[in-house]
Design a protein around this ligand. Structure first.
Ligand code: DGL
Length: 270
């Protein structure tokens, strides 16, 4: 039965585990397959063409594994490759950008919305376009925060260095008087406390990972594709040796990851 098929999730590396974590919490009965393209991470500094090609290869791997839906956990890939993936694969493809934008519009009182992400995500302007398509009067201001990814992976999300970086990156957004901030990168949910401390309680933080889990649940329910039954462990695949993914990924997920298999997308789909 199709409802029994797994959900496929991919990211440039281990950051997308924040999305997997929210999916597990929201949909515990679903079977999950996660692919981290660790050999080619980061996507955030690469050209849209390259990210698009990587995203097609990652999706081909998941489609081949027999998934019922593809979740693009990577914000950068969601920003530049979603349309191509929807054209190429006859499956529902959900990115993190539309859910994050929808939540931001629902939560913002003033329509002054900040977005933070990788260089690639900010350059694409995809969040601003999506937010304005939902709320034409919205005023969107974006900032790339490249240091947040290594800080989160280093376990320094609450370190004074992260606080200093956040204060600097967010200053231009604060002077625009945003009342909502979209965390437009897989790693940023780990920095919630630091971002909240810098911005204060009046700015709502929108976690795209949580928003995505809600939208996935809605979509599966709408199509009669929700799985029932016992929870099972996710299956993990990476494109480089799994050592670092195993170590840092367990910190992200808050538990050991179990078996992780290495695959070569270049040979399989390149
Ligand atoms: N996963 C990426 C994103 O959400 C961050 C890491 C990278 O640059 O690949 O945009």
């Amino acid at each position: 039965m199709e409802a029994d098929y797994p959900i496929g999730i991919f990211d440039s590396g281990l950051g997308g585990l924040t999305v997997l974590k929210e999916l597990e919490a929201r949909l515990p009965a679903e079977r999950l397959i996660y692919l981290g393209d660790t050999a080619r991470v980061p996507y955030g500094t690469k050209s849209p063409e390259t990210v698009c090609r990587y995203a097609v290869e990652a999706s081909a791997f998941l489609a081949n594994a027999g998934v019922k839906m593809i979740v693009v956990a990577c914000n950068t890939a969601s920003a530049v490759a979603l349309e191509t993936l929807r054209e190429r694969f006859p499956l529902p493809v959900v990115g993190v950008l539309e859910p994050g934008s929808r939540f931001a519009v629902e939560r913002s009182r003033s329509g002054r919305i900040g977005v933070i992400g990788t260089e690639g995500t900010v350059r694409s302007d995809a969040y601003s376009r999506t937010i304005r398509s939902l709320m034409p009067e919205a005023y969107v201001v974006s900032a790339a925060c490249p240091l947040f990814v290594p800080l989160a992976e280093e376990g320094w999300a609450n370190h004074p260095v992260a606080h200093l970086a956040a204060a600097d990156y967010l200053r231009p957004l604060q002077s625009e008087e945003i009342d909502t901030l979209v965390l437009g990168c897989t790693h940023y949910p780990l920095l919630k406390d630091t971002l909240g401390a810098v911005l204060g309680p009046d700015v709502v933080l929108v976690d795209s990972a949580q928003a995505t889990a809600s939208i996935v649940a809605e979509l599966l329910e709408g199509r009669g594709l929700l799985r029932t039954g016992e929870p099972c462990e996710p299956r993990f695949f990476v494109t480089d040796i799994p050592t670092r993914f195993q170590r840092v990924g367990s910190d992200f997920l808050g538990r050991p990851l179990g078996e992780i298999r290495q695959v070569d997308l270049d040979t399989l789909y390149g």
